[in-house]
Design a protein around this ligand. Sequence first.
Ligand SMILES: Cc1cc2nc3c(=O)[nH]c(=O)nc-3n(C[C@H](O)[C@H](O)[C@H](O)COP(=O)(O)O)c2cc1C
Length: 323
Amino acid sequence: MKNPVVLAPMAGVCNSAFRLTVKEFGAGLVYAEMVSDKGIIFKNEKTMNMLYIDECEKPLSLQIFGGEKESLVEAAKFVDKNTNADIIDINMGCPVPKITKCDAGAKWLLDPNKIYEMVAAVVDAVEKPVTVKMRIGWDEEHIYAVENAQAVERAGGQAVAVHGRTRAQMYEGTSNWDIIREVKQAVSIPVIGNGDVSTPQDAKRMLEEVGCDGVMIGRAALGNPWMIYRTVKYLESGELIGEPTPREKIDVCILHLDRLIALKNEEIAVREMRKHASWYLKGIRGNAKVRNAINACTTRDELVNLLTSFVEELEEKQSVQAG
Ligand SMILES: Cc1cc2nc3c(=O)[nH]c(=O)nc-3n(C[C@H](O)[C@H](O)[C@H](O)COP(=O)(O)O)c2cc1C
């Protein structure tokens, strides 16, 4: 990794179109969205498409999830042999009942022995490095972050990313960085800290206070790859670069849209892009009307016209105000 700034895996977000864009903004490592082990084994078409990685995105970590050893190992072997991912990551943090009901995601956090057994089996079966992304625990009464991370290390896992929330917290409350620090002190593999890094200054504080080796950014990068660039620069030189202009945001939003169209097709891409466009527009004054209109868009032209006329009107208003 050329720097310690890591894009978090985000389902429905971190496909090749977004990852490539974030990579161009300087991320040291990008994670792909989680992929189902069963989807890989049954060669589900949608799942297979999720395994596409552009060479320019590397280094990239591809995350798989599952609850049974056999299927997880089979899926990992497939990723090992048939993708150009650099790292195979195992999801031990997803809090969604649909996933935990199948003993996958955050369910693992209740049992360090199972973690050891599963990670060891995957490590034995593949050549690529294996890592784990976990939450600190299942709930307040079951926080085994240290034991779980040690189990990963003993099993041959090569790094661990820790989101400082329990499964019960979902995305509420705050990320507990003290527990991430305890993990860092308890293992010798690299630890990537995660949770509530909203500004470049937060990233620096996390690296300093937790002593972790990498800092993972999720929600703050939604519609905002500049967060990655600004963080990289801030960590490198202490310089805090300004926020992008509305025009810059719209230009990157359209680039992202075009990459998504190339990856999927226009209909799917435009539908998926609605939420991204809304994120790109966040913080720009007077965006409510255009955000509503975006939700009815079905074609690239409609979406691009809405975005460009919004930014043109905004610039006109600003130039009138400037006199
Ligand atoms: C929309 C969304 C999708 C997510 N999908 C995944 C996922 O596929 N795998 C995973 O390990 N974590 C996933 N997460 C959790 C993030 O990777 C990250 O741990 C969490 O958002 C906390 O970091 P943040 O405060 O920087 O957002 C997701 C989070 C969001 C908001």
